[in-house]
Design a protein around this ligand. Structure first.
Ligand SMILES: [Zn+2]
Length: 437
């Protein structure tokens, strides 16, 4: 797919050395690196499993991902499913690892068995940091949504993140309140037991301050997985009524959509706190991990009311809003408080990423694009594969614009540096020296 022109080759080779700010990861550090000495399970960590399921492997993927099942036993099923899905963006991350980490060009049982003794273990902090250095990833914004205990310990000042990681505060649990138990779980972190919505919001404000003191770089919301992202602006009395009902009876709980006014009101209150405390907000839009979710509820355009109401909050809209590119570009162009984040989209759909980046260059100020976020839960090696594909996509998009005479090669290099480093550095106030190439 690479346009192998001289422009592309020169640009891609320059990009290889650019420093990168990875705007979105879920990995929690070397001690959580998934140690696995079975090649198929090690290679199919992350998103490619969804493609294997989509290709008919729903009943098989759990077994394929099990490190204790022998490669030889898995091979007949894996071979069949891999043949069906090896050309997707997700599968190309696996191919990148095979080729660049283990020198394997073609997948076979023999090749898999040959890499078994070489499977990389990045659970040692030195090796982990060295691997990220090798890929010139200077900073990672991490959303530890899958690690509630780490988030609790972090807030209590008992957990230190790896040196280049900055925490993104996880918002969904703070506003998706349905029961006394959930309220208590949040407020206990501050040693408080609240009796009203006002007191609950006071606790949220205190906790945000504490996160910021501990160097959180912003907040992240992926409620799109569980609810529509069309947030209303309900009167406080409706939210008070629902909150009072569950706070007064620990056995009561709210259903959906009954809880929506309370959920929406607290989300709005969090946006006001974000405005006052200058916290940038990352929002999930578009495609969701896994299978069988409803894309209609996650379209970025559903956020219009939020973006218009909270115009002093800076928003970072995720994942290219795949597959709704036009809406995403429109929101970035139309709202000064909206930036566009390409995390994950480079492997969801590499061709879409190339198109939308080239389109963004002529429609949206290029200072508003954040070029890369790996978005892997488990493995920094998979994130590195993703980064290589992202750099291919960025070089291809800019090659198109250089070869058509829209810009020159030096300008293209600077745009790539801004997308990958300078823009997120400035937006999240990370404090690095900007780079000029
Ligand atoms: Zn994510």
């Amino acid at each position: 797919m690479s346009p192998r022109s001289d422009t592309f080759e020169a640009l891609r080779s320059d990009l290889a050395d650019f420093p990168v700010i990875d705007t979105h990861e879920h990995t929690a550090g070397p001690e959580h690196y998934p140690r696995c000495d079975e090649p198929i399970a090690a290679l199919i960590q992350g998103y490619v499993r969804s493609d294997l399921v989509s290709a008919g492997g729903e009943g098989d993927v759990e077994m394929l991902a099990d490190c204790s099942v022998a490669t030889r036993k898995k091979w007949p099923i894996f071979r069949k499913l891999w043949a069906r899905t090896e050309h997707t963006g997700y599968a190309h991350v696996t191919k990148w690892i095979l080729k660049h980490q283990y020198g394997v060009e073609t997948l076979s049982l023999k090749a898999l068995e040959s890499i078994k003794p070489k499977l990389a273990d990045l659970s040692d902090p030195k090796g982990y940091e060295a691997y990220l250095d090798k890929h010139n990833i200077k900073c990672r914004l991490v959303d530890l949504v899958m690690f509630p205990q780490i988030r609790r310990d972090f807030l209590a000042g008992k957990h230190k993140l790896p040196p280049r990681d900055r925490l993104m505060i996880s918002l969904p649990e703070l506003h998706s309140i349905r029961s006394f138990e959930q309220i208590n779980e949040i407020t206990q972190r501050s040693g408080r037991c609240v009796t009203s919505l006002d007191e609950y919001l006071e606790v949220l404000g205190e906790q945000l301050d504490r996160y910021l003191k501990l160097a959180a770089a912003g907040a992240k919301d992926q409620s799109a997985y569980n609810r529509g992202i069309a947030y209303d602006n309900p009167p406080k009395a409706r939210a008070d009524e629902l909150f009072n009902r569950i706070i007064a009876d620990p056995r009561a709980s709210l259903g959906w959509p009954e809880a929506k006014p309370l959920d929406d009101f607290i989300f709005g209150a969090l946006m006001r706190l974000a405005r006052d405390k200058q916290i940038p907000i990352q929002l999930h839009t578009g495609h969701m991990a896994g299978i069988r979710n409803d894309i209609a509820k996650t379209r970025a355009v559903l956020l219009t009311k939020v973006l218009e109401l909270h115009r002093d909050v800076n928003f970072d809209l995720f994942h290219g809003n795949w597959p709704y590119a036009g809406d995403w570009l429109y929101l970035g162009k139309n709202y000064p408080n909206v930036h566009l984040d390409c995390c994950w989209v480079h492997i969801i759909d590499p061709r879409y990423a190339r198109r939308v980046l080239a389109d963004s260059l002529v429609t949206v100020p290029h200072s508003k694009i954040h070029g890369f976020g790996g978005d892997y839960l488990d493995s920094i090696m998979h994130a590195a594969g993703h980064l290589a594909i992202a750099k291919d996509n960025i070089a291809a998009a800019l090659t198109e614009m250089v070869d058509s005479g829209w810009m020159d090669a030096a300008q293209a290099r600077q745009v790539a540096a801004d997308w990958l480093f300078n823009n997120p550095n400035e937006f999240f106030k990370l404090g690095f020296e900007p780079i000029s190439v």
